[in-house]
Write a protein that binds this ligand. Structure first.
Ligand SMILES: NC(=O)NC1=NC(=O)NC1=O
Length: 173
């Protein structure tokens, strides 16, 4: 998909296509649509990032809270979005042993208890061994730093999802 096609989309089509670039936050795509026309595909991505960066902290934390836990209840219940299901299974999180799943659940609970939002990481850039390691490491970070780190992961997820939707290599975004 090229930038002319993106710029030609009406509101409904744009949100249908890009509404889950940020997990369960179609409002972001709705807001980005009003910024068209985009000069190129990188500019489109930058507008998603700029919206996230411009939010007050409460809004940024709200974005994190829209993310399902890694290897959590939604994965067990099969209620993940298609993108999240692909990302989590791609990281091997659908084939964890009971002890691995329990350890992740415990770490996720500790993380959420400490920060008040869920642990977010770009699962496609990680794997079943790295996820608990990263979670355990980030659990001890200062809150302000951890919020920045988590939003950075949201942007990585968004870039990979955008690249999929546009049919291009993520390195080009
Ligand atoms: N809590 C999370 O990090 N969730 C997720 N990361 C991904 O890459 N996909 C998800 O659903």
């Amino acid at each position: 998909m090229d930038i002319e096609k993106v710029n030609s989309m009406d509101f409904g089509e744009f949100v249908d296509v890009f509404g889950n670039v940020v997990e369960r936050c179609p409002l972001i795509a709705a807001a980005v649509w009003s910024q068209r026309p985009f000069s190129d595909l990188q500019d489109l991505k930058q507008h998603f990032y700029a919206f996230i960066d411009a939010l007050p902290q409460s809004g940024q934390e709200g974005i994190l809270r829209c993310h399902p836990d890694l290897a959590g209840r939604e994965l067990q219940l099969g209620t993940l979005t298609a993108e999240s299901q692909r990302e989590q299974s791609g990281a091997g999180l659908t084939s964890l042993g009971a002890d691995e799943r329990l350890r992740l659940a415990e770490l996720n609970a500790q993380y959420r208890a400490r920060f008040g939002f869920p642990f977010v990481l770009a699962a496609r850039l990680s794997d079943r061994a790295a996820v608990p390691r990263e979670l355990a490491r980030r659990l001890h970070c200062p809150r302000a730093q951890e919020l920045r780190t988590a939003l950075g992961e949201v942007k990585k997820i968004a870039r990979l999802r955008l690249a999929d939707l546009l049919g291009i290599d993520p390195a080009r975004l």
